[in-house]
Design a protein around this ligand. Structure first.
Ligand SMILES: Cc1ncc(COP(=O)(O)O)c(C=O)c1O
Length: 433
């Protein structure tokens, strides 16, 4: 995309780093420091961060309390890597997770599996476990869903470009329409039920259904309570497990700790990653309903399962932000209102543009990937890091930290609105027809 600017910055990236690099192409500068919701480039330019490590930094950059706990742990020669051996820090994190996340939500019945450190590995574990439990192969995933880039999770992912990278057929999955995917007024639940009830539909009995409560990469499509509950019922009816991929929508992003919280569903398996460490450190896990924890020891092994440094920061994050869940939810709700108003102004600039998402996971479908990309590029020039999402990258998407100060949030929103206004004024190609 912007290779000239990149090489002007530091030629080593273009010279040495693989063409697979991605985010750096949209934000062509070299970053040196970050604090809270501000990232600072080597040249001293400050940027408001509306990307937050793609929701891996839900509490902003370098939270002082997490940083202090981590520095103390390292300084005291605390364990840095312990495979999945018992460590003091793992015990402390598990206890905090139990007391702050699981028990207050009536979820005492879940066990925590330490998977490999990225979201995709938690998804792979969920797929393997569902297949092992049911003895079935087929997994139902949804249009526009994104679940990761390793072979199993990629087979669940909808995006053709990403699937194309596999270089081999991806099987064992039936893709069904997510809510709204067949146009307004089409009941996708009824469609899926018809397909599954018809023994001649060609859809094999499923081992599991997997969905995102809000589709993060797929364009911020937010499923309704009714739809999620309908899928849960269908899973039960057909003897399939219900997997909620909460990797992007979870950990406060939609306003509550879990993206499905408040819905009358009890997923059998829940994937978590991204902001689990609270500090941007790699850490993922799979929550498993106790009755389904039928793994044999080491059956889903890995060198990096449970990241001790992430246990330290993740525990502090839970204690600091979630011990008082009502305060956290109220704060996010307040910021979500500011976000909605700001994005409403953005949508108002373009006929047909509309708001998407839920809670603090919102964006605007501006109708074309080119326009959304131009808006984000101009916003970056004005000091804002903001990305697109959607099948054609047509959604300008905000993933700001949950604790971004209100004035910084407002400033970022003003920048994106100004950026859009300028892009629209300067480009005849975007003139309303
Ligand atoms: C919903 C969802 N699932 C899985 C993943 C994969 O996580 P990771 O990139 O850590 O492998 C992502 C990443 O964006 C995601 O949004």
């Amino acid at each position: 995309m912007t290779t000239d600017k990149q090489s002007a910055n530091n030629p080593v990236f273009e010279r040495r780093e693989s063409e697979a690099r991605s985010y750096c192409r949209g934000f062509p500068t070299t970053f040196a420091k970050a604090q809270g919701s501000i990232m600072t480039a080597t040249d001293g330019t400050e940027y408001i961060d509306f990307l937050a490590g793609c929701s891996s930094l839900n509490y902003g950059h370098n939270d002082a309390d997490m940083k202090a706990a981590l520095v103390e742990h390292i300084t005291n020669d605390g364990i840095a890597h312990g495979l999945d051996m018992y460590t003091e820090e793992k015990a402390k994190w598990l206890e905090a997770y139990e007391n702050i996340v699981l028990k207050p939500r009536g979820m005492d019945d879940y066990k925590v599996m330490m998977t490999g450190p990225t979201g995709t590995n938690a998804v792979e574990a969920a797929m393997k476990l569902a297949r092992k439990i049911t003895g079935r192969r087929n997994i139902i995933s949804f249009t526009n869903g994104f679940h990761g880039m390793t072979m199993g999770s990629l087979s669940l992912t909808g995006n053709a470009g990403k699937r194309g990278g596999a270089g081999t057929p991806l099987g064992g999955v039936t893709h069904m329409p997510y809510e709204g995917a067949m146009g307004e007024g089409v009941d996708t639940l009824a469609f899926i039920e018809t397909m599954l009830d018809n023994g001649s539909s060609g859809v094999d009995a499923p081992a599991a259904f997997i969905f995102e409560p809000v589709q993060g990469e797929g364009g911020l499509n937010a499923a309704s309570k009714e739809w999620m509950e309908g899928i849960a019922k269908l899973a039960k009816k057909h003897g399939a497990l219900l997997i909620v991929d909460d990797i992007q929508a979870g950990i406060g992003r939609t306003g509550k700790y879990f993206g499905f919280e408040g819905m009358d569903i009890e997923p059998d398996l829940i994937t978590q990653a991204k902001s689990l460490s609270g500090f941007g450190l790699p850490f993922a896990c799979l929550l498993i309903k106790r009755e389904y924890d039928v793994w044999k020891p080491a059956e889903h092994n890995g060198t990096f399962r449970g990241n001790t440094h992430a246990f330290v920061t993740g525990r502090v994050a839970l204690e600091k932000f979630w011990a008082d869940k009502d305060a956290m939810e109220a704060s996010t709700a307040e910021k979500a209102e500011i976000l909605e108003k700001g994005l409403g102004k953005l949508a108002d600039l373009m006929p047909g543009a509309y708001l998407k998402g839920r809670g603090f996971m919102r964006g605007v479908d501006v109708g074309s990937g080119e326009l959304a990309g131009d808006i984000c590029a101009r916003a970056f020039e004005k000091g804002l890091i903001i990305e697109t999402s959607g099948a054609d990258d047509e959604v300008v998407k905000v993933l700001a930290a949950l604790n971004i100060p209100n004035d910084v949030l407002q400033k970022g929103l003003d920048i994106v609105v100004d950026a859009a206004r300028e892009v629209l004024n300067e480009n005849h190609k975007y003139a309303a027809e």
